[in-house]
Every structure is written in structure tokens, then in C-alpha cells.
Design a protein around this ligand. Structure first.
Ligand SMILES: [Zn+2]
Ligand SMILES: [Zn+2]
Length: 221
């Protein structure tokens, strides 16, 4: 059973339509998927509206949990809180923030701004996250991502080390942009263990935290 709260359709730079992405995830054994295309203010409203249609269709006919969301990407750090609030008010069920990955010029301060917002659910690929930032994630109950995506994954080991030291909740996402990025059964466990998640907390990372997050997202209507 796989949970994946961070994927992309062709509404941003993914290659699949939302419904094909969800279909392939369903067939791969996913319990839940969030479609979280890259947004700033320009495309937020239309993207959420369109993706929500396919999510509703998939949920109705296939039983998979499919959540329309956003990944706030390269938004000015000072505007993240307001953009996250707007995304939720426009119907996004989940707000992911594109964190300070080591491979892109994400504005410094993005991790912190995301973790300070009560409208943000997941900080994706947070790069060289600091202990202080990870502590804010704990206090504000925001999930930190261990990513299956090449490049962003360079700092997974660091994220796990810093996150575990303060008791942060870590989850695995695919950040899928194409069909082959959809995680096969058991792949999330490899990503987690490869990043240094000890076997004793593997179930929390793969199952308990994702189920808890899903419950929270479903209750926020
Ligand atoms: Zn990202
Ligand atoms: Zn992404």
C-alpha cells in the first residue's frame, strides 16, 4: 500500500493528464495520491479547479483517495504564507512547498516560511534543512519529505538525520513527473531505508504518518 502526496501532471511539467496519473497510481497499488502541480499566483486557481475534476472522477469510480493540491514553487519566500492560504481557499486539499533543494536556486528562507504557515502540509525536498527549521516542523506539525526524485534526493540523508534528531515526521513522496516515476510496491521502503530510516520506524514513515496526514486533509473541509 503506497501513499504519495507529491506528483505532477501535464498541468505543470509532468507528462500525464491527472486522470492517467491517478489511474496508473491506482493500478500500482496506491492507497492515496495527491496531484500537486507547480504553481505561483498566475496558475493556481485554474489548476486547482481542473485537477479537482479528475480527482473526483477517480475517487467515485476507483475508490483511490485522490487529492487536488499544489506545490508552491519558486514563490518569493515572503509570499508563501499568503499563497498557501489562497490555495486552500481555492479548494486545494493539500499544500506542498518546493523546499530548498540543493539543485535549484530556491530563495533562501523558503523552508522557514513554509514551516511557519498553518496552511502548509508538506515541505518537499528541504535540502540542507537546519535543526531549528526541523524543530518548527515539529511544533507546527508539518511533514518533511524524503524524496524519490533524483537530484533533490542528494540531501535525503541529511534531512533524515536532522529530522530524526528532533522527532520530525518524515514521509516518502515520489515527486513523479512521468509514468516510470510512480512508485512500485516496496519502492518507498527502499527510498526510506536508503536515506537512513532505521527499520524500527519504517512503519511510521510509510504507513502511520501518511494515514495520519490523509485523515487530517480529509477532515479539513
Ligand atoms: Zn519540488
Ligand atoms: Zn514536485
Amino acid at each position: 500500500m503506497t501513499f504519495d502526496f507529491h506528483t505532477h501532471s501535464f498541468f505543470s511539467d509532468g507528462v500525464l493528464s491527472p486522470i492517467e496519473l491517478i489511474r496508473r497510481a491506482h493500478v500500482a497499488g496506491y492507497r492515496a495520491i495527491a496531484v500537486t502541480d507547480h504553481v505561483g499566483l498566475a496558475n493556481m486557481e485554474s489548476m486547482i479547479r481542473e485537477v479537482a475534476k479528475d480527482c473526483a472522477l477517480a475517487e467515485k469510480h476507483w475508490g483511490i483517495k485522490a487529492l487536488p493540491g499544489v506545490e508552491l514553487t519558486h514563490v518569493p519566500a515572503a509570499a508563501i504564507g499568503e499563497c498557501a492560504r489562497q490555495a486552500k481557499s481555492l479548494g486545494a486539499r493539500i499544500v506542498v512547498v518546493h523546499g530548498e533543494t540543493p539543485i535549484e536556486p530556491v530563495e533562501p528562507g523558503t523552508n522557514r516560511a513554509a514551516l511557519m504557515s498553518s496552511y502548509v502540509d508538506v515541505l518537499a525536498h528541504p535540502g540542507f534543512i537546519t535543526t531549528e527549521e526541523a524543530q518548527i516542523a515539529v511544533v507546527n506539525d508539518i511533514y518533511l519529505e524524503i524524496t524519490a526524485r533524483g537530484g533533490h534526493s542528494l540531501t535525503n540523508g541529511h534531512v533524515v538525520k536532522v529530522g530524526l534528531a528532533v522527532g520530525a515526521k518524515l514521509i516518502v513522496n515520489s515527486d513523479a513527473h512521468s509514468p516510470e516515476n510512480i512508485m512500485k510496491e516496496g519502492f518507498a521502503a527502499k527510498v526510506a531505508q536508503g536515506a537512513g530510516i532505521p527499520v524500527e520506524i519504517l512503519e511510521s514513515v510509510l504507513l502511520n504518518y501518511p494515514m495520519e496526514l490523509l485523515k487530517r486533509l480529509e477532515n479539513k473541509d
